[in-house]
Structure formats: structure tokens, C-alpha cells
Design a protein around this ligand. Structure first.
Ligand SMILES: [Zn+2]
Length: 76
């Protein structure tokens, strides 16, 4: 199941999925940071991931945790 947790428009408007409030705090922080990094880099380039790594070195583990709880969050 593929879910869009957040998005960032070319104009810099960040939108978060309301269901994110059910996720652990660190997952919310990860999604927010991901979108904030898109304000710097509007793509998933190596520089984008460098920015993520710099601010949240553990982001891969947190993303995996979030991906694994998608169904749980949506079931409510
Ligand atoms: Zn992205």
C-alpha cells in the first residue's frame, strides 16, 4: 500500500496527510523534514538526501517504521 504522507508544491506550500497524526512523533518529524528539504531541492537528488542525512541521520529506519505501519494507521 503506497501512501503519500506529504507533498511540497513548486510554490513551497507543504501539505501533510491528516492521518499522520496517528503516527509516532518521530515519523511525523521525518515527513515534515522530508517536505522541508524539498524547499531546498525540488527533487530526490543526492543533494536532497544529503540534506535529510544531515538533519536526521536515522531517517531510513524511521521511514521503514512508517511504511510498516501504513495499514494499521489507515484501519484506525
Ligand atoms: Zn519527496
Amino acid at each position: 500500500m503506497k501512501v503519500q504522507w506529504g507533498s511540497c508544491s513548486p510554490a513551497g506550500r507543504i501539505t501533510l496527510n491528516p492521518l499522520l497524526v496517528k503516527a509516532p512523533r518521530e515519523c511525523i518529524d521525518y515527513v515534515l523534514l522530508h517536505e522541508l528539504c524539498h524547499l531546498l531541492h525540488h527533487n530526490h537528488s543526492p543533494k536532497f538526501y544529503q540534506a535529510l542525512d544531515r538533519h536526521m541521520p536515522r531517517w531510513r529506519a524511521i521511514k521503514e517504521k512508517l511504511d510498516n505501519m501504513v495499514e494499521e494507521v489507515f484501519r484506525g
